[in-house]
Design a binder for this molecule. Structure first.
Ligand code: NDP
Length: 310
């Protein structure tokens, strides 16, 4: 991996450099190293963010290793966001309700876990001018990201949240878990096949499935032969590509759209602030992600072209 890909200059790293990392598998395609290293550089902080590929059997050792090796913290990604909870000393209430941790902070030798996906999602909505208070929302998906989105919307004052998922049992489990905590919100679970029947009072439609994510860019959670209702604000958590098929379908009917990059940047910004105590340079982080995605897309296009040539 080149310096341009990680955002790290080898010359800058010393024995005083503070370390944070990303625990996941795989971690090669993550934007987080680029985003955080650009932010450290912009603020002149002697910090480095490193990708740490960790197999599930070694997760406990890796998490304890953060403390042993003097790391300031870490992010956690697929497949460890749920499993990591049992290796931590203290966990934020939001992360407990969601059932997933994406940020670890080493505080006074204790391992503290939090989930910044939820606050990152709301920050991206608000930045786009969408007020979630009192809304009826439809969330597609029932995985880790969907759980963060549903909890965040309920916390932000949503009145009704309908969850649509391929495996409907998972949507039912999510709704049951959230209903225990958010007693003033109405939850409904449906099959993803029923997505076209969304309540007409719904104003926000969120894709929290992985449909449309590179390299499967021709798929969408919404049927391609049916128009998305134009009055909806349509949000996609997928950020690669930046313009997914789902967002293209929404734009085609004139619906408002919000892409996944905002959430990615704001969840990273929240983690950055927990580790460093500094305000995150959000614009720098967003620009670093955009540049990385443009380079990755060009590299991918070259590979495809070479395959055609050979
Ligand atoms: P999970 O693996 O936990 O969940 C995946 C979800 O996608 C499940 O609801 C699953 O349904 C659904 N799904 C997968 N394949 C299909 C398919 N072929 N047809 C229908 N549904 C399908 O992943 P996450 O929740 O962690 O992530 C979901 C997406 O959100 C990813 O693309 C991820 O990159 C993105 N994300 C973006 C973030 C951001 O900051 N912008 C932050 C976190 C995630 P089922 O339960 O039926 O299998």
């Amino acid at each position: 991996m080149s310096h341009a890909q990680t955002g790290v200059s080898a010359l800058r790293v010393s024995g005083r450099t503070k370390l944070v990392g990303l625990l996941g598998l795989p971690v090669e395609h993550s934007l987080s190293p680029v985003m955080h290293n650009a932010a450290f550089a912009a603020l002149g902080l002697d910090w480095v963010y490193v990708p740490l590929p960790v197999y599930p059997d070694h997760l406990g050792e890796a998490v304890r290793g953060l403390r042993a090796m003097g790391f300031a913290g870490a992010n956690v990604t697929v497949p460890h966001k749920q499993a990591v909870l049992r290796h931590l000393d203290d966990i934020a209430e939001d992360a407990l309700v969601i059932g997933a941790v994406n940020t670890i902070v080493v505080r006074d030798n204790d391992l503290y876990g939090d989930n910044t996906d939820a606050s990152g999602f709301i920050a991206a909505l608000v930045e786009a001018g969408f007020d979630p208070r009192g809304v009826y929302a439809a969330v597609l998906g029932a995985g880790g990201a969907a759980r963060a989105v549903v909890h965040a919307l309920a916390n932000a004052g949503a009145r009704q949240i309908c969850v649509y998922n391929r495996h409907v049992q998972r949507a039912q489990d999510l709704c049951r878990d959230m209903a225990r905590f958010h007693t003033d919100v109405r939850f409904e679970a449906h099959s993803l096949d029923a997505v076209c029947n969304i309540d007409e009072d719904t104003s926000l439609l969120v894709n929290a499935t992985s449909l449309g994510m590179w390299p499967d860019t021709e798929s969408s959670p919404w049927p391609t032969d049916l128009p998305i209702p134009a009055h909806l604000t349509v949000c996609d958590l997928v950020y690669r590509p930046l313009e997914t098929l789902f967002l293209t379908q929404a734009r085609a009917v004139g619906a408002e759209t919000i892409g996944g990059l905002g959430m990615l940047v704001y969840q990273g910004a929240a983690a950055f602030e927990m580790w460093t105590g500094h305000s995150a340079p959000v614009h720098v982080m967003r620009q670093a992600c955009r540049e990385f995605l443009a380079i990755a897309d060009r590299a991918e296009a070259n590979v495809t072209e070479q395959q055609w040539v050979s």
